[in-house]
Ligand binder design. Structure first.
Ligand code: SF4
Ligand code: SF4
Length: 469
């Protein structure tokens, strides 16, 4: 067994001089990971099936004729869990984004990059859809390499053509569903029925997105995680020695014992078989320590566990653990740090949830008409003019009435009864008439109840201006 402090002396650090996916000449090195198998891979398969079912069914789910989920950036209409959000809910959106970012940071500090391997759409589609199809068409890693090296012949043309057609077809399908999340499945179906000439711009966008997806899954692949993804690039500052990541137990594994069955010096448990490297979709050797390229897919854990079982040693040479756990030979435990970070998360999520649940169906703002002071009627009463701005976040038309709550007077809505259509925005003027005897000062606070039938929706506050007292 290796003492923790000897690690730096023993481990070869030359891996830091290069990237696994780029050769000495700077060309792309295509990774052909061996097909993973094992307990964690089976769990990931189940998780990805759930994810894919959700991804492909959510656009079909509707509530009162509207999508369950929609992110229509162009029309600034957002629907989450059937609730409609518009520009007036910007603070909720900002709070949601803030919570999401804190969640990402706190979650990563504690649990590392587990999201990447188990929930990120890029990894799910790459490893659980396209990679499986690739194994089906091209065979396992060794056959893929042979196919790559072989000259163009009937078999290579057939396999390449099949892969391109199948990959592109799935890319087109994904692009359609992404569009459904943007504009709703009904519109996607309508556009398809009306044909390309009627929606040529949308068709071109769809073609571009399909081609991007195809490019990513056919060629670019793990480079998204290594080079493009900002979350991946942040790992260096988010992870610390207490973060739980996929890690090699160098204390137990080193020095490696390949061909040293009868070695004089005591050897570690790693038999240097490189099974963990062969299955890695980003081409790294996890035995070199936590690296930016590792997406925590756990394929190396499964591979190493199988090897350990075959050589009758305990599994878990590669496992979920922190650097601290490995150095001290302890199991991951729930510590004060995890509790503190999780509490912060729980508070943020609770606040956001509370604001979402208590969100008003109708937003109402009442402002005095700019520039106007007051007018005196022939009967001596005073008049102020106001504008009411209304935003209806529901799918039904809402008739509204206004009542003065702290003044005796009259409200008269100008331009017909107060009414706001489903998901509509409207501004309408109204006047308040008050007897001057009601006023205590030049500027008087006035509270106006906004009602839908007998149900009070909110109390708006404004002022009534009168003569100097
Ligand atoms: S090192 Fe292991 S967990 Fe990380 S990407 Fe490679 S196979 Fe997946
Ligand atoms: S799979 Fe396990 S035993 Fe084989 S090289 Fe990797 S860490 Fe060592």
């Amino acid at each position: 067994m290796l003492k923790a402090e000897d690690k730096e002396k023993v481990l070869d650090q030359s891996f830091r001089d290069s990237v696994a996916t780029i050769d000495q000449q700077g060309r792309r090195k295509y990774i052909h990971p061996k097909k993973p198998k094992g307990k964690l891979y089976n769990k990931r398969t189940v998780a990805s099936i759930v994810y894919l079912i959700l991804f492909f069914t959510l656009p079909f789910i509707k509530i009162s004729g509207e999508p369950f989920f929609m992110i229509n950036v162009l029309e600034r209409k957002f629907i989450f869990f059937g609730q409609i959000f518009g520009p007036q809910d910007f603070f909720l959106f900002a709070l949601g984004m803030l919570t999401f970012m804190v969640f990402i940071i706190v979650f990563t500090v504690v649990f590392g990059r587990i999201f990447c391997g188990w929930a990120c759409p890029q990894t799910i589609f790459m490893e659980m859809v396209f990679r499986k199809i690739e194994y089906w068409i091209d065979g396992d890693a060794q056959q893929q390499r042979q196919l790559r090296e072989m000259p163009w012949n009937a078999e290579k043309i057939r396999k390449r053509a099949t892969k391109i057609v199948v990959f592109y077809a799935i890319a087109v399908l994904i692009a359609h569903f992404f569009m459904a999340y943007l504009i709703g499945m009904d519109k996607v179906k309508l556009y398809m029925q009306e044909g390309i000439p009627a929606h040529f711009g949308t068709f071109v966008s769809l073609l571009v997105f399909s081609s991007v997806f195809f490019f990513v899954y056919y060629w670019f692949r793990e480079q998204v995680c290594i080079v493009v993804c900002p979350y991946g690039r942040l790992q260096g500052v988010l992870l610390d020695k207490n973060s739980i990541v996929v890690a090699y137990d160098y204390v137990r594994g080193e020095p490696r014992s390949k061909g040293k069955k009868e070695a004089a010096a005591p050897a570690g448990d790693c038999i240097d078989c490189a099974a963990c490297v062969r299955v890695c979709p980003t081409g790294i050797d996890i035995r070199n320590g936590t690296q930016l390229e590792c997406v925590n897919c756990t394929a190396c854990i499964d591979a190493c566990d199988a090897i350990m079982t075959s050589v009758h040693k305990p599994t878990g040479l590669i496992r979920f653990a922190s650097e601290e756990n490995i150095r001290e030979g302890k199991k991951p435990r729930i510590n004060a740090r995890i509790i503190a970070y999780s509490s912060v998360l729980a508070i943020l999520v609770s606040v956001l949830g509370f604001l979402l649940i208590t969100r008003d169906d109708v937003d109402v703002t009442i402002l005095r008409a700019s520039g106007a002071v007051y007018q005196k009627l022939p009967d001596g009463r005073l008049v102020n003019i106001y504008n009411i701005k209304m935003a209806n976040k529901t799918r039904k038309d809402i008739p509204l009435t206004l009542k003065l709550e702290n003044l005796n007077g009259e409200i008269e809505v100008i331009g017909g009864a107060l009414h706001i259509g489903a998901e509509g925005y409207k501004t309408q003027p109204f006047i308040i008439r008050v007897d001057p005897a009601e006023l205590k000062a030049r500027k008087n606070e006035v509270r106006i109840g906004v009602y839908e039938g007998d149900k009070k929706l909110k109390t708006a506050e404004t002022h009534f201006m009168g003569p100097v007292k």
